[in-house]
Design a binder for this molecule. Structure first.
Ligand code: NAD
Length: 395
């Protein structure tokens, strides 16, 4: 079939297999040009099909030869519906990794469930023996609790007070004011249940109980801190509450991992265009300005540059691993540089619908958004007939 983008709000309901493959290949090619990484052998990535998790998998494998097990929740093609982008990304990753002689296995299913944890453990036990790095990069709008069956849905709201601020509709380029209402206690609790640290802890517990964590294992999960501008919506909002829980979990896990000479970390990452961040109001406008400013200063990074730097200059740079005073790994250092933020603040004050295209990288945001789904790549012939059915080998 000929596959075209079909955009519904913050999501594109179609994905292009060839475009996704090219975009995965671009990341692989970039990593292969960098100095070789070392420090790990067997890597489990939870949330491995898009965004930061996919980039971590690519960096670990093609940067340092890791054997990787990737867990994700993606949709295969069905009749005249394309598969999801993460499915095609994973098909592409598996194919290139295997052709290059790297071990790689993927598990598609709900990572919040006990069943998927057991599947991952059985693959690790059978094929790898153990894992020495566990990257936890899930971003999900909902979670079913594996024991109680309770269903939680996360919300993007403020806590306490409503917040009114600028935002942009990236598709139309209209800059407007948006008011985000405060969440109820229930909504806060639900968001913490989905995006907090409980599931990361359950993964580590399951891996510990199965005795598949290597001596010296490291585990890392991701947060976003960001500047004052995004703080009401992100850091001080419902998602921020979930991240506080994630950080508390990291401290508990760290104490447990130290007993096996390992460590658990939180890494504060840069704001990038992913399927998750595209949905956050205010942040979309902030990212459009951030990209412009960081590109002007030649310090722009996407997921792959961030994940490579996480492995090379942070997780495996020590001992000791460089962290801030709270023990967090910081790879948002360039984003939060004073000169970057003061420039964004001044652009933020003046940005309107009329000057948006000129003073921001909203066009780059659009291109990156489309690219998440395999569209808009100059190397791809979008008029060519493609088979949406791409098998992904799962154990
Ligand atoms: P993403 O949407 O690109 O990726 C999410 C991944 O989780 C995908 O692989 C998806 O398949 C997987 N997933 C979702 N639900 C699942 C489930 N039930 N079972 C198995 N897999 C499931 O997200 P992202 O933006 O890369 O975010 C990853 C992490 O990085 C999050 O913790 C996020 O808060 C953090 N982070 C993101 C940004 C940003 O700007 N995007 C910045 C800093 C930190």
């Amino acid at each position: 079939m000929i596959i075209k983008p079909r955009i519904r709000g913050f999501i594109c309901t179609t994905a292009h297999p060839v475009g996704c493959a090219h975009s995965v290949q671009e990341q692989i090619d970039w990593v292969k040009k960098q100095p070789t990484l070392k420090g790990y052998r067997n890597v489990l990535v939870i949330g491995a099909s898009t965004g930061y998790g996919l980039a971590a998998r690519i960096a670990a494998c093609f940067g340092g030869g890791a054997r990787t097990v990737g867990v994700f929740f993606e949709r295969p093609a069905l009749r005249n519906r394309t598969a999801s982008a993460g499915w095609y990304n994973s098909v592409a990753f598996e194919s290139v990794a295997r052709d290059a002689g790297y071990y790689s296995k993927s598990i598609n299913g709900d990572a919040f469930s006990d069943e998927i944890k057991e599947q991952a453990i059985s693959v690790i036990r059978k094929d790898l023996g153990d894992v020495d790095l566990v990257v936890y990069s899930l971003a999900s709008p909902r979670r079913t609790h594996p024991r109680s069956g309770a269903q939680y849905t996360s919300v993007l709201k403020t806590v306490g007070e409503p917040y009114t601020g600028k935002t942009v509709d990236i598709h139309t380029g209209v800059v407007s004011e948006v008011t985000i209402e405060p969440a109820t206690d229930d909504e806060i609790g639900n968001t913490v249940a989905v995006m907090g640290g409980e599931d990361w802890d359950l993964w580590i517990q399951a891996l510990e109980a199965a005795d598949v964590l290597a001596e010296g294992v490291r585990t890392v999960a991701f947060t976003y801190i960001g500047p004052e501008l995004t703080r009401p919506v992100y850091g001080n909002g419902t998602i921020g509450k979930a991240k506080i829980h994630l950080e508390a979990t990291a401290r508990e896990l760290d104490a447990r991992m130290r007993k096996r000479n390992g460590r658990a970390y939180i890494s504060a990452n840069k704001a990038v265009v992913t399927q998750s961040s595209a949905a956050v109001p205010v942040v979309s406008l902030y990212i459009s300005l951030l990209y412009k400013v960081m590109k002007e200063k030649h310090i722009h990074e996407g997921c792959i540059e961030q994940m490579y730097r996480l492995l090379k200059d942070r997780l495996y740079a020590g001992p000791p691993v460089p962290t801030d005073e709270s023990g967090r790994i910081r790879i948002d250092d360039l984003e939060l540089r004073e000169d970057v933020q003061s420039r964004i603040e001044s652009l933020w004050r003046s940005v309107t619908t009329e000057n948006l295209e000129a003073i921001s990288d909203v066009q780059v945001f659009r291109e990156e958004f489309l690219k998440l789904f395999g569209f808009g790549l100059p190397s791809v012939d979008y008029m060519a007939d493609v088979d949406p059915n791409q098998p992904l080998w799962c154990p």
